[in-house]
Design a protein around this ligand. Structure first.
Ligand SMILES: NC(=O)c1ccc[n+]([C@@H]2O[C@H](COP(=O)([O-])OP(=O)(O)OC[C@H]3O[C@@H](n4cnc5c(N)ncnc54)[C@H](OP(=O)(O)O)[C@@H]3O)[C@@H](O)[C@H]2O)c1
Length: 347
């Protein structure tokens, strides 16, 4: 069977990456692409790397144009998806790359986003530990999927094994992330100009204001944490794509080094796309660019009494489009890794 697909936000970074991956998916026909200010223009004008989709024209993003497909991807600025999702009742599978359906707590939505709150959908990170199982079990029966925030899923994948195994204390987490500017989207912003970024590392959303904080707290609670407190600081660095997240948390008293490492080995030992590196090795973003892969390095810092987890992902693949398509594969009953690469593009 071939599934017909519409991708909204197709002129943007997330929409473009969804299209790049779907173009190599044998079970998918990309029928419709939509945008906003660029509607009416050829897709290739905005995504010149997507040569095989040169025949497509960006249409307006309306419920009528998105309806009538087997699968709809929403890759719109946060706050925009809700108006379409209500009108897409008859579409069998809808996947939102935005934040509108990620949070279960209305209070968190109000505090960090504001505007209308929409119901939470199945969270699109299959490898996450949840209530003694994995999130992929929920995705197998899902018809509505919320793909993750890229920074949020990187930190959640880093720490949920230690939380679920009870070897780290989630009430004192510190996460500092080096992030590429594509995470902020394609629209013009002064702080994202090359002249502001090249040759500089620029912190932003410092001091507990970043919107991905409640998403991380939610994932760690689902993994078994009661009290989650996190100091979260992203730093823009001059690389187009990629996240390198360094997350630390206190080691629970009496836990051995072997028990700590076993928590991550047990969580990810059988996973295709999430790899714990051998002891003493730490990942680089260069190794995951273009790949649906999360590489994790783990250090046990006894002097500091903390575990240090360094994780590298491509924000546009494992952090968004790859997670969305991996989740789609699960929901359709297809091989989970279809159209997704384990290998990065390097150097
Ligand atoms: N970038 C990432 O690494 C990343 C990671 C995880 C999740 N996400 C999420 O993915 C979503 C899209 O992000 P992005 O980085 O792709 O942003 P982007 O590059 O700025 O693209 C935004 C897209 O949405 C369209 N759009 C803008 N306003 C719209 C409206 N009012 N109605 C309908 N369409 C509208 C734009 O169309 P025009 O160009 O025609 O105006 C464009 O196609 C966001 O919710 C973001 O949080 C992104």
């Amino acid at each position: 069977m071939t599934y017909s697909v519409a991708v909204s936000g197709a002129s943007g970074y997330a929409g473009g990456e969804i299209l790049r991956l779907l173009a190599g998916h044998p079970d998918i026909e990309i029928r419709t692409v939509t945008a906003h200010s660029n509607a009416g223009q050829p897709l290739i004008q905005h995504q010149p790397h997507l040569r095989s989709l040169a025949h497509l024209t960006l249409q307006d993003t309306t419920p009528e144009i998105l309806a009538g497909h087997d699968i709809v991807f929403l890759a719109l600025p946060h706050g925009q998806s809700g108006q379409y999702t209500d009108a897409l009742e008859d579409v069998p599978l809808v996947i939102d790359a935005g934040a509108d359906h990620r949070l279960t707590s209305r209070d968190s939505w109000d505090a960090f986003y504001g505007g209308d709150f929409h119901e939470p959908w199945a969270y699109g990170v299959p490898e996450l530990l949840v209530n003694g199982g994995k999130q992929r079990d929920a995705l197998r029966t899902a018809t509505r999927i919320a793909a993750p925030g890229c920074n949020a899923s990187t930190v959640s994948l880093s720490l949920t094994p230690g939380v679920a195994a009870g070897v780290i204390d989630p009430s004192d987490i510190v996460a500092v992330l080096a992030v590429g500017p594509s995470g902020a989207g394609k629209s013009l912003k002064t702080n994202l100009l090359a002249s502001e970024i090249l040759g500089s590392a620029n912190p932003y959303a410092v001091g507990g204001t970043h919107r991905h904080i409640p998403e991380i707290q939610q994932a760690l609670r689902v993994a078994g944490a009661d009290d989650v407190r996190i100091s979260f600081t992203p730093v823009l660095v001059p690389m187009a794509r990629g996240i390198l997240a360094t997350s630390t948390a206190p080691i629970v008293d009496g836990v051995s080094d072997a028990e700590i490492r076993a928590a991550w080995e047990n969580a990810y030992g059988d996973e295709t796309f999430v790899h714990l590196l051998p002891e003493g090795q730490f990942p680089r973003t260069a190794d995951v660019i273009g790949a649906n892969t999360a590489l994790i390095g783990l250090a046990i810092d006894r002097a500091a009494g903390r575990v240090t987890v360094v994780t590298a992902v491509d924000n546009l693949v494992k952090g968004t489009a790859g997670a969305a398509i991996q989740s789609m594969n699960l929901a359709l009953g297809l091989p989970e890794d279809r159209a997704l690469s384990l290998n990065g593009v390097a150097p």
